[in-house]
Design a protein around this ligand. Structure first.
Ligand code: UD1
Ligand code: CA
Length: 487
């Protein structure tokens, strides 16, 4: 537990986010495998607060259901009308005070906006540390930005540099608009003083709202210490208001994740065309080739080489395995296995060590033994294939009878012919062979050769009789070295 464990973190997420122009509430838009509010909640958790309350309003059922799913320990407070950030925090504090609990008097209350997904737990911790070390009533996280348009400006006393007020863009004078230090929307407060000051916030501003930012001026005028912590990297406080900013934030977060991966020993050939989710993990000496997307809980083990052109979701790639131009979802690729190019591995696919799922191969719910190969143009669904078996090109595991799925088992060291249909349920014993073009509907004993196809018969002279004078007839005639003209 941190020495500066806050009493509560209040996350503001009640706004509609009209500028997203979306049917999805703003805070539920996602980047790198997590919602905007999910990122903020995750960073807030790093502070280990006693309570974490999210203020919801717009589409609150949807947002609350999402929160219950990603972090069931969060509490929600409802802000029925979006009357401003100050009003939203008031709703959050009321929720904390309700339910028999005492208000977090004396403790630190950290306020974060639900639309700043790049904020790190580290920065929140720094803010919290500065806040308690300086004994402030409030500490605001600020940043120097190249373009301060739209943000609240930090007004400092020219004499001692102390923060005197935050002025919203819409309420700022020309001179104030020139200020490049802005309010990140993240604060650490003394909880009791915050409750008090919120009661004094007025709505006589251009938006007719209760501004949380007015609390600073109120506390300062009452003689309390108001401090600021400047963020080390202004990009961390980027607030998402529209989809341009969403894509910028996604790129920045992706760069951050790839940078961490590269510094831990992963070769990323082209970071610009490689996309990863926050939960993706790597071991050293992984190589990721261009055009690759790694989603969910995907894990790449040491020495694995993935890409170009792979989209892997919740997939484990074993040590030294090679995966090229592949889409995989919920698959497990064994060590030194080979996948692709152009393979599609669906949930429940497990490739053993040195196994192969080759070109134009689809697999689903399939267990492929060590060293077994399905090299070309095949569908393997609901199947178990033993060690070192080779499945001939263009084979289909016929698993669906129109109503139910059935399982096929092929033993170890089998050699099945090309263009086989394994009509499930069926079992091919260890060491068995099957002839090319067979439709296997009955079990094959170990070591047997199964032939399940029509006998070939040749009807001599058919082309000469039925297609006289055709190019085929002439070619046949020439092949038979018959004299010219003779048919
Ligand atoms: C706010 C700050 C501004 C700061 C900027 C940083 C105020 C008055 N302004 O402006 O100083 O520079 O963030 O990004 O605080 N929300 C509610 N209920 C409300 C209003 C807002 O929950 O009634 C939530 C929104 O969902 C959002 C957050 O508060 O997550 C910020 O609201 P937004 O409207 O985006 O504020 P900004 O205009 O960006
Ligand atoms: Ca905002």
């Amino acid at each position: 537990m941190s020495a500066n464990r806050p009493a509560a973190v209040v996350v503001l997420a009640a706004g509609e986010g009209t500028r997203m122009k979306s049917a999805t509430p703003k805070v539920l838009h996602s980047l790198c495998g997590r919602s905007l509010v999910g990122h903020v909640v995750a960073a807030s958790r790093e502070l280990d607060p006693e309570h974490l309350v999210v203020v919801v309003g717009h589409a609150r059922e949807q947002v609350s259901a999402h929160l219950a799913e990603i972090d069931p320990a969060t509490r929600t407070a409802v802000q029925h009308e979006q009357n401003g950030t100050g009003h939203a925090v008031r709703m959050g504090l009321e929720e904390l005070a309700g339910g028999g609990d005492a208000a977090p008097a004396g403790g630190t209350v950290v306020v974060v906006c639900g639309d700043t997904p790049l904020l790190t737990g580290e920065t929140l911790q720094r803010l919290s540390d500065v806040h308690s070390a300086d004994g402030n009533a409030v500490t605001v996280l600020t940043a120097e930005v190249p373009d301060s348009t739209g943000y609240g400006r930090i007004v400092r006393d020219p004499a001692d540099g102390a923060v005197t007020a935050i002025v919203e863009h819409k309420d700022a004078t020309e001179a104030q608009r020139a200020i490049t230090e802005i309010n990140s929307g993240v604060f650490a407060f003394d909880g009791a003083l915050l409750s008090d000051a919120l009661g004094k916030v007025r709505t006589d501003n251009s938006q007719g709202e209760e501004y949380l930012t007015d609390v600073l001026g109120i506390l300062r005028e009452a003689g309390h210490r108001v401090g600021a912590a400047v963020a080390a990297d202004h990009r961390e406080i980027l607030g998402i208001n529209n989809r341009v900013q969403l894509s910028e934030a996604r790129r920045l977060l992706n760069e951050r994740l790839l940078r961490e991966a590269m510094l831990s020993g992963v070769t990323v050939v082209d970071p610009a065309s490689t996309w990863v989710d926050v939960a993706v993990t790597f071991e050293p000496d992984v190589v990721v080739h261009p055009g690759t997307q790694l989603h969910g809980a995907t894990h790449l083990a040491a020495g694995a080489e993935v890409g170009p052109g792979c989209t892997l979701t919740d997939t484990v790639v074993g040590e030294g395995a090679r995966v090229i131009n592949t889409v995989a979802d919920g698959a497990h690729v064994g060590a030194e296995a080979n996948v692709g190019p152009y393979a599609y591995l669906r949930p429940g696919t497990r490739l053993g060590r040195k196994a192969k799922a080759g070109t134009y191969v689809e697999m689903k719910n399939a267990e492929i033994g060590e060293g077994a190969k399905v090299p070309h143009l095949s569908y393997v669904g609901d199947a178990t294939i033993g060690e070192y078996t080779n499945i001939g090109a263009a084979s289909v595991f016929v698993n669906y009878d129109g109503e139910h799925k059935h399982h096929t088992t092929v033993g170890s060291h089998c050699r099945t012919g090309s263009d086989n249909m394994f009509v499930a349920p069926v079992t091919v014993g260890d060491g068995a062979y099957t002839a090319a073009g067979s439709v296997i509907t009955k079990d094959v004993p170990p070591g047997a050769l199964a032939v399940a196809r029509g006998q070939q018969r040749n009807i001599e002279g058919w082309v000469a009789r039925k297609r006289p004078g055709s190019a085929a007839a002439q070619a046949a005639s020439a092949a038979r070295k018959e004299p010219d003209g003779e048919q």
